[in-house]
Write a protein that binds this ligand. Structure first.
Ligand SMILES: Cc1ncc(C[n+]2csc(CCOP(=O)(O)OP(=O)(O)O)c2C)c(N)n1
Ligand SMILES: [Mg+2]
Length: 253
């Protein structure tokens, strides 16, 4: 008990491009749930599937079989809401109450791994950052030489314009990265549909849409897997497309 999640964190660090799933009891996960902070801090995409039966089930089973049903200390009436707990750590929690939804959501996650998404976004971010820094220096040099007429070395104009250009180009860069991120969600949805049929994924998304609106604070909403109801410019910074668009893409096939 309590071993699975820390072990999964270690496995994910060792194999960053693999899908790592910790299948945990509701008792077991509560022994080391604080390691959610570690997973978030190191950006580790470990998945935890919690079998939420409300009991220290194995012990209860012994009490049932060998102690004539004299149950003691095995009920967990006051377990936390695990979806809210995930969100409290800044992670995403999903509640599956139908076999269909479990399969669809797992197939979506597995498609992310099959498509290489765990590493592509980091790579894209890295490449784009390199361009931001390079181009910002080119801009700085140009302004220093051509506008401020500095003829040797770099003047203050260079440093100021490099900083400003980095901020502006950085914003453009995150538009590109977030676009890539949204494309990978569409591809993972399509992967789920291929493995499992499109209807279960559509149902799982529709359920997310009903359950999710207030789940994330507004400042984080753009990053939530449910997507949000943002418009215009803000939409460019969403890591996940709006659910309606994802459902429409699945229906189109
Ligand atoms: C550190 C530790 N403490 C206590 C136990 C004894 N133990 C074995 S199973 C179990 C209950 C597990 O409950 P849960 O994680 O909810 O799984 P379930 O059996 O309900 O699926 C306990 C207390 C253990 N294995 N390890
Ligand atoms: Mg249990």
């Amino acid at each position: 008990m309590g071993f699975g999640f820390p072990a999964a964190i270690g496995a994910q660090i060792a194999c960053p491009d693999k899908l790592v799933v910790d299948i945990a009891g509701d008792g077991s996960i509560q022994m080391n749930i604080q390691e959610m902070a570690t997973a978030m801090q190191y950006g580790l995409p470990v998945k935890i599937a919690i079998l939420n039966n409300g009991y220290l089930g194995m012990v209860r089973q012994w009490q049932e079989l060998f102690f004539a049903g004299r149950y003691a200390c095995t009920e967990m009436d006051y377990a936390p809401d695990f979806v809210k707990l995930a969100e409290a750590y800044g992670a995403v929690g999903l509640r599956a109450s139908h076999v269909d939804e479990v399969e669809a959501v797992l197939a979506h996650e597995i498609s992310h791994v099959a498509n290489g998404d765990m590493v592509t976004l980091t790579l894209v971010q890295g490449v784009v950052n390199t361009f931001v820094i390079f181009l910002a220096r080119v801009v700085g040099h140009f302004i220093d030489r051509a506008v401020l007429r500095n003829e040797s070395g770099h003047g203050i104009g260079y440093f100021v314009s490099v900083m400003v250009a980095q901020v502006l180009l950085g914003i453009l860069a995150s538009i590109i990265v977030m676009w890539v991120s949204r494309q990978r969600e569409f591809r993972a949805d399509a992967g789920s549909a291929k493995l499992n049929g499109s209807q279960p994924m559509i149902r799982a998304l529709a359920r997310l849409d009903r359950g999710a609106p207030a789940a994330l604070p507004e400042s984080l909403e753009a990053f939530g897997i449910s997507g949000s109801k943002r418009h215009g410019f803000q939409k460019l910074f969403m890591s996940h497309p709006p659910i309606a668009e994802r459902i429409a893409a699945l229906q189109k096939g």
